[in-house]
Design a protein around this ligand. Sequence first.
Ligand SMILES: [Mn+2]
Length: 463
Amino acid sequence: MFTKEIYVKRREELKKSVKSGIILLLGNGEAAMNYSGNTYAFRQDSSFIYYVGLDTPDLAYILDIDQNKEYLLGDELTIDDIIWMGNLPSLKERAAGAGIDTVLPFSNLATIIGAGLKSNRTIHYLKPYRYRNQLILSEILGVPCRDAPLGVSTDLTKAIIRMRLIKSAEELAELEDAGRTGYAMHIVAMKMCQPGVSEREIAGTIEGLAISTGNRVSFPTILSMNGQTLHNHDHSGILQAGRLMLCDAGSENLNYYASDFTRTTAVGGEYSERQKNIHNIVLKAMNDSIAMAKPGITYKSVHRNAYRIIFEGLRDLGLVKGETEAALEAGVPALFMPHGLGHALGLDVHDMEDLGETLVGYDEETKRDTLFGYRSLRFGKRLEPGHVLTVEPGIYFVPQLIEKWRAEKTNADFIHFDKLKDYYGFGGIRLEDDIVITPQACRPVYEKRLPVTVEEIEAAVKS
Ligand SMILES: [Mn+2]
């Protein structure tokens, strides 16, 4: 938790931005895994953490803008809670740590919101992503559960996105901390990347590192020889010489900030010519993207430039053909990289995705594309100092997608389908770094860069 002045200042700014009505921020509750007493590790809601800082379950925060009053709603621990789960300072004391003076029992939530609704006040709340909070909203708003998301406040959502998107110095220090652990996780994964080692053993080892220094991993670890499956959570493989291991993993630190790195390592640290060639195209796309990312540039244009590099690199290898601009217009590179170049990173690994990916990543000026590949870019708008983003180009050979395009003759003029058959067992290569936009350009969130060239990765595996 930061100092209370930081939370007070954030809430002041939020109040000024939303202007009138009642703001409601619901914290998360415990989530049952297989029975109610056996829960997933508790994860507080990120916006609640950002404005209130308290990370225990069953809390809510109300800011009545018009009456200039704020409340923390929650119940003090019972003797049973204390016996089983341990004691904590009183809620009143913990609220004071966030600069909030008034604490009310959680049951007052319905009363306060009900009174607000009766006097036709606007209740500003965020889109729920857990059924528990959707149920609470349904009850206190008096609407059917399925309709609770309909009244979500765009004003509140946009105000929070504006604030959370620009990372302050203290947030950057937290992100750097998460990056330090993420770095260590990937170095360990590279060293373990030897024939005969199971994917599960490596994934488990690096997830343990994340838990040993912070809260947990920032998302379920992607670690597989089948890197062509973008979010592959299957770890049942045994590493084989000649294959690649794609590892996309990061940590969530003790203050909830995330890191998210990807490296693709040749098993045993020996790249084939073909693997080197593909790796070097992805690396060029990554390095050029980092060189391009600065204030005033849209990330959409950086994504397009990465697509250009990928298309031209694959053309040099004889896998595609034709004129670059026409290929980019037609979306040809999406066959090999069917995802976006990157996303915002912060308290969430896909920062604020719960609030709406398009609201976070696009605006009036920069609209989301509809074409396959381009449409998967989560963040496209103009970059500003303080934005933290991932840069993660990739090249994948997904046999089913290639066969589909071949059968449907999609972009057939650009693609040497016959030559692609040789790559059906290749997998995929993705490289990912985390950057922060500075007033002039950008820099890595964590100062040390993971081994990234073929030579550096080979050396790391063998070290
Ligand atoms: Mn990512």
